[in-house]
Every structure is written in C-alpha cells, then in structure tokens.
Design a protein around this ligand. Structure first.
Ligand SMILES: Nc1ncnc2c1ncn2[C@@H]1O[C@H](COP(=O)(O)OP(=O)(O)OP(=O)(O)O)[C@@H](O)[C@H]1O
Length: 607
C-alpha cells in the first residue's frame, strides 16, 4: 500500500457520493495517512478528474478535481539529505528551506527513499461570493507499495501517463502522448504599459512548465516583426502561435499568415492564441466571456491553461479593403468617437487601459461630427444566435501574485507529518521563479529551459526585414470594388455621424461589452451607428455603461445597432481617424465583409 502526501491547498471541487456510475475509472489506489490511523484516501483517476475520497470511521467524503482544471503532473523523488540528517523516511528530516524532492532524473536524489512522488498541478475555479477566480492546487501522492524505487516509480508514471492522455483527449496508454512541437510565442515588449515580458515570465511560463509545454519565445524588435516572422518561417514547426501583447500583435500575426501562399493550410494546422498584455485586449476578454473564464486584468491563468491544454475552435475573420490596402481583422473597424479615443489616447500609454476613460471625457467635451455615407448589408434573421450572456463579475485572484501555493487552514487533505513534501514544492517553485526572473535580464541573449528557447531583442535574425513585394492572399472578396456601386439590397445612410463602430467580438476592450450576442464564429458583424444630434448625456451614458452594453437597448433616431455581413463607409473630407483592430489605417473609403470559420483559436476548456 502506498502512503499519501497531499498539499493543503483549497479545492473548489465537485463534491458528491463516492460511487458515480457515469464516470469511467482508469486508475485507483488507496493512500494512508500515517498520523490518522482510522483514515484512508481512495484516490481514483476518472473521466471526470482526480477523485479523492476520504474515509474515516465508516464516513466518506469525496471531492473531485475536474480534469479541465488540471494542467499537468510530474514524477519526483526525494532529494539527498545533508550529512548528519536522519534517514527515516517518515520523520521530518530537513530544514524548511531545503529542497526535499527533486526531478526523477536528478543526480541529487536520495537512494534510501524508495518512494515515487506524483505532483498533480491544477488551477481550480473557485467562487467567492459572486466572483470567480482560479486558485493553484498541488496534490502530491506518494507511491511506496513496493520495496524498490523502480516499481513505485512505474506506478507513479502510469498515473502520470494516464493523466496526460486524458488532458490531451487521447486514447489511454501507459506511455505519455508525445507532442514534440513547441508553442511559438511572439511577445511585444512595448504593448500596454510595457510589462509583457514580466507578465510572461511570472504568469505564463510557470504554468507552461507545469504542463510540460515547451515554447520558443521571440521578443519583437520593431513594429511588423511578428507579421514578417509568421510570413517567412515554417510555422508548421510549432503547435500554435501565441501573441503576447495587445490586439495589435495578433493583428500582425493574422495578416502575416494571410501573406503566405499556404494560408489556408497554415490556419488549419496552426492555431493562434492571445495573451492579453496590451491596453485594449478585446479578443482575450471576449474569449473569456464566451468560455466562462473569469477575466482578471494581468492574471493570465485561464488563458495560459488554454495554451497548455490545446483545445481550439474556429473564428471568423473580416476582410477589410481601403483604397490602397487589403487586410484581415478579427476585432473591429471604427470611424469617429471610439477610434479617436483609441488613437489619440496613445500619448497616455503608460496609464494602461485607464487611458481610454480619461480621453473619452476630453472627447465628449469637444465633440466632433463626421460627414459621409454608411452602407451595409443587413442580416435579416439573427434568431438562431444564442441569447446574450451575462458578464462574469471581475475579481482579483491571489493565485498568481506572490501567493502561488498558499496553504489553507481549511484544506480538506491532510499533510500532517509529511507536510515537508508540500513545503518542498513551494521552495522548489520559488527557486524556479527566480531562475525565470534571471531570464528577464535584458542582457541575456539566449536562454533555454526544458527545451524552451528565449530569443532576445539582440538575436541575429536580420533576414526578417520585409521583402519588397508582399502579397495578401486569403478568401476572395464578394464585394464590388471600393469605388463601384453597391448592389440594390444594401442600406445607405447619409449625413453627419458621431461614430460608426463595427465589431465581431463581444468585447472591444477589457471593460467594453460591445456586442453581447457575438460569437467567435457566427458570420455576424455588429455595426453601431451614432448620428449627430445625439445628446451629450446619451453619449456619456453609452460610454459610462460600456460594461453593460446599454447601447444595444438604446435603439433610437440617433443610436442603433445593426447586424451586418458587409459594409462600406465613405467619409467626406480629408480629416478623421479610421481603425482596424485598434490600428490606424488610411483615412478614406473602407469596406469589409465577414468570412466564417477561417482561423483556429486556442480557447479555454470550460464550456
Ligand atoms: N518591438 C516593438 N517596438 C515598437 N512597436 C512594436 C514592437 N512590437 C510590436 N509593435 C507594435 O506595437 C503596436 C501596439 O501593440 P499592441 O497591440 O501589442 O499593444 P497595445 O496597443 O497596448 O494593445 P491593444 O492593441 O490591446 O490596445 C502594434 O501596432 C505593433 O505593431
């Protein structure tokens, strides 16, 4: 029989009866708590997750850590003790700051302890009052049924492999599934308030490490670097491309992919992902909204889990045409007030997302009107679209901010005299975090850890500079050319506008719920038209209540929201701002149409 040693973290888990006929049990084992003679843990690895049933004096209490909350596991072994320390495996032998478990392949292991330790890493959704947040939980199982380490290790490895197969959604084998491909991380150090590097090192890298997902990290050296990178490299070498920054980096990645002749295959085989470190972060917020993942600014746990677990879904893209350019967009096209705020508040970049609110006040006081013609192809029947979802209340998690492993006094699982294993995990973790920090050094040109590679701003990839002729590919347009007449079934509105903003995501910024009914892949663009004549108080209400999308209900002479599949905006005069995904584009006529199902996106596993 094996002992058990488990961390004292809080578990937000499914509680229930010990036996549940619907779940499939892959592995089970009984673990004893030495200090509590009357208690045993029956631990099962099932199709639902890791089930821990504590039996004491005939009473049974079960908790399950859901599979979708588990990112990975690791087999460990006791670390060799200092000379003079005792040798009994059951007593507390070492000081609190000394590492006591090591990697199974470490040369520093304790030959006297024949136990194999399985660490299971999970980030559990925990509801506190009306908010949801993820908390890190580590479960440690100590296998020592056999009198030889190799036999105990074989058992632990069996659990690890099964867990890995379950996470990957692959048939169960007792050797873990191999995915040699790394993630490609393209990180914009200038995005938002300039903290993307630090965010990646402290919030994303640790979880990828626990999930054993290797990655290549490339820090962008200049604007358009990410675009050139995906256009010119063999993207099939990676399991996915992750834009770490704002929506602007993903816009570059998307358009770089469309500049490839093999764009179709590339999108099918290489999913994209976003890690929000910018100021807007509209797509990341929309993904969290749709997948019931709490969105907590600067806490990237849920979206990093999506990278670790590798589940993908399709997303629409919008082909946008200006007088001189074709580009592809995943978020929005804007003309007038919101685009003015977005672009003109650039000078307040250091403020992060707050810059939008500050500039909005200034722009409402000095309201501008724009003349032009807005035309669109209205989608008549949207009854098939799902009902809008209520946004989850924001909350701030402590799990990634300094208290990574904080034990909880209310914990369900006993550590008792084996608590050293847990504290080992903690000290091990802090040491790893330190080494990640050292990677952060601007001087380090190259760093490799566990097969992951860091390419710094000084690495020599000068072949990356743009070739002269770059051609945009992608699906062919169904629209007449920009200067030609539109078909008769289009609606035209001519006059003075405060703004026209079109989005195909639910959120256009972290706090701006724009189109609550929007899905990632529904073939619908939501066009908000606000005409001159609207009162300042209505405008203020529109901006102040952006988190509740009050404009959707406003439908009046001056404000309306229309579902469209294509549109054209022809501004009059030379002055104004047009944006695509928050990026400034040339001012003048612009038209766009939506193409469903083009891009694959890595998304959380919560639906
Ligand atoms: N190394 C770099 N130096 C300067 N600019 C860069 C670099 N890498 C990328 N860029 C550009 O920075 C711009 C802004 O990037 P990004 O979208 O990541 O941040 P943001 O604007 O703060 O966020 P959001 O788009 O969500 O508001 C993009 O247009 C991108 O092309």
């Amino acid at each position: 029989m094996a002992d058990s040693q488990q961390s004292k973290d809080v578990m937000n888990v499914v509680e229930g009866e010990y036996s549940d006929s619907k779940e499939h049990v892959y592995l089970q084992e009984t673990f004893y708590i030495l200090s509590k003679k009357n208690s045993v843990f029956r631990v099962r690895l099932t199709s639902k997750g890791l089930s821990l049933a504590k039996e004491t004096d005939g009473n049974c209490k079960e908790q399950t850590i859901l599979l979708r909350d588990i990112v990975g596991s690791k087999c460990m072994r006791s670390k060799r003790r200092r000379p003079g320390a005792g040798s009994c495996v059951c007593s507390s032998l070492v000081g609190p700051h000394q590492l006591k478990v090591v990697d199974e392949n470490s040369g520093d292991l304790d030959e006297n302890d024949i136990s194999a330790y399985l660490y299971v890493y999970a980030y559990i959704l925990k509801r506190s009052r009306r908010t949801l947040k993820r908390e890190r939980t580590t479960i440690t199982l100590r296998f020592r049924s056999y009198d030889k380490y190799d036999d105990n290790n074989r058992e632990a490895q069996k659990w690890r492999a099964t867990l890995k197969c379950l996470i990957a959604g692959q048939p169960i084998t007792y050797s873990p599934p191999v995915n040699d491909k790394k993630l490609l991380i393209l990180l914009n150090p200038k995005s938002g308030p300039g903290k993307a590097r630090e965010q990646f090192q402290t919030k994303v890298a640790p979880i990828l490490q626990e999930a054993e997902v290797p990655y290549d990290l490339h820090v962008t050296k200049y604007a358009q670097y990410a675009r050139e990178f995906v256009r010119t490299r063999n993207v099939y070498a990676w399991r996915g491309v992750v834009a770490v920054g704002g929506d602007g980096v993903l816009f570059e990645v998307l358009n770089g992919m469309f500049e490839r002749l093999d764009w179709q295959q590339a999108f099918e085989e290489v999913p994209l992902a976003i890690m929000p470190c910018g100021s807007g972060n509209g797509l990341a917020r929309s993904i969290c909204h749709l997948y019931n993942e709490p969105y907590i600014p600067q806490n990237l746990t849920g979206l990093t889990m999506a990278l670790a677990r590798g589940k993908s879904t399709h997303m629409d893209v919008v082909r946008v045409e200006t007088k001189t350019k074709i580009m592809f967009s995943f978020l929005s096209v804007g003309w007038g007030l919101l685009s003015d705020i977005d672009i003109e508040s650039e000078r307040l970049r250091a403020m992060g997302g707050q810059r939008f609110a500050v500039w909005a006040v200034a722009r409402i006081l000095g309201l501008r009107k724009y003349k032009g013609v807005v035309s669109y192809l209205k989608i008549k029947d949207i009854s098939n679209l799902p009902k809008p979802k209520q946004p989850l209340t924001l909350s701030h998690s402590v799990s990634q901010d300094g208290a990574l492993d904080s034990p909880d006094a209310e914990a369900f699982i006993d550590c008792d005299e084996h608590s050293e294993v847990f504290s080992n995990a903690r000290s091990g973790r802090h040491q790893r975090v330190d080494s990640w920090y050292s990677v952060n050094s601007r001087r380090s040109a190259f760093f490799s850890t566990r097969g992951s590679e860091y390419h710094s701003v000084t690495s020599e990839n000068s072949e990356m500079r743009s070739p002269v002729h770059v051609c945009m590919h992608g699906p062919a347009s169904h629209l007449p050319s920009l200067m030609s007449q539109l078909p008769s079934n289009w609606v035209h509105e001519q006059g003075e506008f405060i703004m026209v903003h079109v989005s195909y995501q639910s959120y256009i910024g972290e706090d701006f719920l724009f189109a609550p009914r929007s899905q990632l892949c529904d073939g619908v663009m939501w066009m908000l038209i606000i005409k001159a004549g609207v009162s300042r108080s209505q405008l203020l209400s529109f901006l102040v209540n952006a988190g509740q999308a009050s404009h959707v209900e406003m439908n009046s002479e001056y404000i309306k929201m229309v579902p469209v599949s294509a549109f054209r905006i022809v501004p009059e005069g030379p002055d104004g701002i047009l944006t695509v995904d928050g990026e400034l584009v040339e001012y003048g006529p612009i038209q766009a149409e939506i193409f469903p199902n083009i891009v694959k996106l890595l998304v959380p596993d919560n639906k």
